[in-house]
Design a protein around this ligand. Structure first.
Ligand SMILES: [Zn+2]
Length: 148
């Protein structure tokens, strides 16, 4: 089973389960996927909010949830290699502070801890608060090795 977030042409959002991605495509093509609010069959997959990468661990998709994937051509493979290199570069030049990331980032921002480059895990909520406080945390580039 696979669950999709869907939206009709009037902007109603709803979720629906399908036996498989192919089954969704087939049902959608035949107009069988219908908005529960207005019965419109002009339905498309809703755009998913992009995951905050620092919080990747907290927002890993479940086994059934659809996740964005792509099949790459040669140019895109070069891009993937660049992302991989960037990630290696960041990993090589930052201290992994694990789950202390939010705490440390805030402390450095406040001048209580000498500034240095760190990486680690933060929940989506923590990232949101950090950004609100004007602390410019960056998503880590995805680990493309997992996407091969
Ligand atoms: Zn609708």
């Amino acid at each position: 089973m696979i669950k999709y977030a869907l939206a009709c042409d009037k902007g109603h959002e709803f979720e629906s389960w399908f036996p498989s991605a192919a089954a969704y495509d087939e049902q959608a093509r035949r107009g069988l996927v219908v908005c529960p609010e207005c019965s419109s069959n002009r339905v498309a997959k809703a755009i998913m909010a992009p995951a905050v990468v620092g919080a990747a661990r907290a927002s890993l998709p479940s086994a059934e949830a659809p996740t964005e994937v792509a099949l790459l051509d040669r140019r895109q493979r070069a891009l993937r290699d660049a992302v991989r290199a960037l990630r290696r570069e960041i990993e090589a030049n930052t201290d992994d502070v694990g789950t202390k990331f939010a705490e440390l980032a805030r402390s450095m921002h406040a001048g209580q801890t000498p500034e240095r480059a760190i990486r680690g895990q933060a929940t989506g909520a923590e990232v949101e608060v950090l950004l609100e406080e004007g602390i410019g945390v960056l998503p880590m580039p995805a680990a493309p090795d997992k996407l091969n």
